[in-house]
Design a binder for this molecule. Structure first.
Ligand SMILES: Cc1ncc(COP(=O)(O)O)c(C=O)c1O
Length: 416
């Protein structure tokens, strides 16, 4: 080994920082930062946040599997001191997420719920949150069972109805919170219109963009203050990692959230950040396939005699199809439907698919099927957000479309 290239130490160890060149002294020293606003989303997905590693030239972001960093002198470091506070693999992921959503800042978390919980710490007891009345069950559980008993006020409205929102906003409303499309009813909200109501009130608008992904819709560009993702879903895309993110533009609020991220500590590990970054590289191309197959499958289901109702924003029968065309680049990979045979038929269907795995979650390369009422949305049972027990939700993967239709056809055959 050439010791002029790789310093070898013998005997007593010198101060590590004296012999090791830190790769990330100035993250963009090697090349100027990528001008994110000049590239299309497909390009950003591959390149944003990622520079060849200055130490080795590694093209892919290294997994900095370390909890701590050597300091050159007391409290003198190279931008990284402890991995709860910052980690270079997480930095790269956060840059990529910010670029994709067109935001100035992103923070990564150990789960989507950790991201939402950290964001909600900005809301003080006595302040009011206006929340969409169709949201992920875990979000409702956090709001209703954890934050409400601590003094934060919540009310739930159909954010697709602007008048209802206008009437429900109160003087102490600090945050309007919504999903679009929602989980699991795939209802839409006009983000720009709600952003205008929030601004008028001096409240923030937070949008959980998990179902659309930034490839289909970028809420910050429509006036939202925060975008949140469960990166576990489309962004990670391979059902192999749990994570979350908050993306925003306001630097002062970002500083508060950065403080909370470190103080609370619900951060992702370096390996999780690496996996999420790797997933992001194919996000745009995966979303194209999810959407193409879902459009075809939704149309096919609508014509099937066993199916009573199909809910998919890309269908003309969807009550907000026009808004979907205006607000989204395509209609997504999620479909919900109800069978004539109700809950019993839905359970039979879920038992008989082969390619559609019966499992919670969504947004991965593989197709999944579930019944929200007893599964992902069990925590909204007996609440105003309760879901039809016969509702079936599918996450259309990137397998061959005809194979997926054949699988649904043979499973539906079992219930006729
Ligand atoms: C829309 C939405 N938001 C947030 C979450 C929570 O994310 P996580 O499971 O990564 O904590 C989920 C999980 O399914 C979700 O569907």
């Amino acid at each position: 080994m050439d010791s002029s290239v790789y310093p070898v130490t013998t005997g007593s160890l010198p101060n590590a920082a004296a012999v090791i060149q830190f790769p990330h002294q100035i993250p963009n020293e090697v090349k100027p930062a990528m001008p994110n606003n000049q590239y299309h989303l497909e390009t950003l997905a591959v390149h944003a946040g990622v520079e060849p590693d200055p130490l080795t030239g590694a093209v892919m972001t290294p997994i900095y599997q370390t909890s701590t960093y050597a300091q050159t002198d007391v409290a003198q470091h190279k931008g990284y001191e402890y991995s709860r506070t910052d980690n270079p693999t997480r930095t790269a992921l956060q840059k990529a997420l910010a670029a994709l959503e067109g935001g100035s800042h992103a923070l990564a978390f150990s789960s989507g719920m950790a991201a939402i919980d950290t964001l909600l710490r900005l809301i003080k007891p006595g302040e009011h949150v206006l929340c969409g009345n169709d949201v992920y069950g875990g979000t409702f559980r956090l709001f209703d069972k954890i934050l409400r008993p601590n003094g934060v006020e919540f009310s739930y409205v159909n954010t697709g109805n602007l008048e209802e929102v206008q009437q429900a906003v109160q003087a102490h409303t600090r945050l309007i919170w919504l999903e679009t499309p929602t989980n699991p009813m795939l209802r839409l909200t006009d983000i720009a219109a709600i952003a205008a109501i929030a601004r008028q009130q001096g409240a923030w608008l937070g949008v959980d963009n998990t179902f659309a992904s930034p490839i289909l819709q970028r809420p910050l560009t429509l006036g939202a203050d925060f975008v949140v993702h469960s990166t576990t879903k489309y962004i990670g895309g391979h059902s192999d990692v749990v994570g979350g993110t908050i993306i925003l533009n306001d630097t002062a609020v970002y500083e508060q959230l950065k403080y909370l991220q470190n103080a609370i500590g619900a951060v992702p590990g370096p390996m999780d950040c690496f996996l999420t970054l790797r997933g992001i590289k194919t996000l745009a191309i995966r979303i194209k396939q999810h959407c193409a197959s879902a459009r075809q499958i939704a149309g096919w289901l609508e014509d099937h005699p066993a199916v009573a109702q199909v809910i998919y924003p890309g269908l003309e029968s969807h009550p907000q199809h026009e808004l979907a065309q205006r607000q989204m680049a395509d209609f997504g990979g999620m479909i919900s439907f109800i069978l004539h045979g109700g809950e019993a038929a839905a359970r039979q269907l879920a038992r008989h698919t082969h390619l559609f795995t019966l499992a919670e979650s969504l947004g991965g390369v593989e197709s999944l099927i579930e019944l929200p009422a007893p599964m992902t949305h069990a925590s909204v049972a007996d609440s105003p957000l309760a879901v039809d027990p016969g509702l079936v939700r599918i996450s259309v993967g990137i397998e061959n479309t005809q194979d997926l239709i054949t699988d649904l056809a043979q499973a539906l055959h079992h219930i006729q």
